[in-house]
Write a protein that binds this ligand. Sequence first.
Ligand code: ZN
Length: 194
Amino acid sequence: MKWTLKLGTFAGIDVYLHTTFFLLIGWIGISYWLQENSVIAALAGVAFILALFASVVLHEYGHALTARKFGVKTRDITLYPIGGVASLERIPEEPKQELWVALAGPLVNVVIAAALFLGLLVTGNLAPLNTMSVTGGTFVERLMVTNLALVGFNLLPAFPMDGGRVLRSLLAMRLDYTQATQIAASVGQGMAFI
Ligand code: ZN
């Protein structure tokens, strides 16, 4: 059995969905249904997960298209229940390029959150910021907060998060590459310990 399902090819990059993703969708749908006892709530829960994963796909395209600018191809983008992975053919040679490639993903989520924020603002639907959370508020509010949470989570300075690559590239501007990787990896282990 093949564990991935091809969603399509966009900008010359194949996007795959890991089949365990359907377990996540099913689980979300069922848990909303049991909790709220309504099909609408179940569908809304699933729609939210799909919107969130669309944000994740765009995040991965941020990496992939920035890498392409530096001449690095992306084999594919695969979505897992825990997140997306853009498989770059190699790491860009210049630390500065690696830095931009790593930052481009989270930057996409900043742009999405900013666009949603503006949308809420101009339509007069912006709730007080301190009432927002990942689980509370309207669909758009939650999507905005979740995109910001993705930025924070991805920038943790630990591999395989984008923050780990950001840290390594910054170190590699001053140190040799192996040393930079080692330091970045031990910072990551320290973070994991905490
Ligand atoms: Zn990323």
